[in-house]
Ligand binder design. Structure first.
Ligand SMILES: NC(=O)c1ccc[n+]([C@@H]2O[C@H](COP(=O)([O-])OP(=O)(O)OC[C@H]3O[C@@H](n4cnc5c(N)ncnc54)[C@H](OP(=O)(O)O)[C@@H]3O)[C@@H](O)[C@H]2O)c1
Length: 164
């Protein structure tokens, strides 16, 4: 499994259920990277999707313990169900939010991290992979600037045990 996330300078990812600053270059990168994938999101993140609709061209999996009416989503009430589905998918990508990243990070071996070079007040964070002995920055795929905010698309990989 893989994941994709956009982080501010302190690895903050959101506040009050949304992303305070999002760049169109990053939205494009997200669309391109997740195209054709199974995407896995928590209920709070889905509430923030445009129109709460599934993302087109992708199989949308929604984690919720409450259930509910979410047309176009496959609902999962626990992580085990998600892992079962992900095993059958050609490519499964975790897309947030904070609680879902935390729970599924141990099952991921690649992380696409957009680093936004700005400090934003957040109430939700992603683990700092630069501080983690389990992850390494494999490649900076691209970088640029939009609205005066620098950004980098970084690919992190899990360090295989015995291969450090
Ligand atoms: N920067 C980024 O790239 C990025 C990406 C995505 C999201 N975000 C941000 O992250 C924040 C949302 O994160 P969050 O942690 O508050 O919420 P979240 O992870 O999106 O959703 C939490 C909900 O997911 C369900 N859930 C979580 N674990 C589950 C499990 N093991 N089994 C069943 N259901 C489970 C529960 O839904 P129920 O309550 O329905 O049971 C839970 O309330 C927002 O600010 C959003 O903008 C940022």
């Amino acid at each position: 499994m893989e994941l994709i996330v956009a982080v501010y300078e302190d690895w903050g990812i959101g506040k009050d259920g949304t992303q305070p600053i999002a760049l169109s270059a990053d939205r494009k990168f997200f669309r391109e990277t997740t195209r054709g994938c199974m995407v896995i999101a928590g209920r709070r993140t889905v509430e923030d999707f445009p129109g709460k609709k599934p993302l087109p061209g992708r199989e949308n999996v929604l984690l919720t313990r409450q259930g509910g009416d979410y047309p176009g989503f496959t609902l999962c009430e626990n992580v085990e169900k998600v892992l079962e589905l992900a095993q059958k998918a050609p490519r499964a990508m975790v897309i947030g939010g904070g609680s879902v990243y935390r729970q599924l990070l141990p099952y991921c071996d690649r992380a696409y991290v957009t680093k936004l070079k700005t400090h934003v007040e957040c109430d939700t964070w992603f683990p700092d992979l630069d501080e983690s002995p389990e992850w390494r920055l494999a490649e900076t795929l691209d970088s640029g600037e939009e609205n005066g905010i620098g950004f980098e698309f970084c690919l992190y990989e899990r360090i295989e045990v015995g291969n450090q």
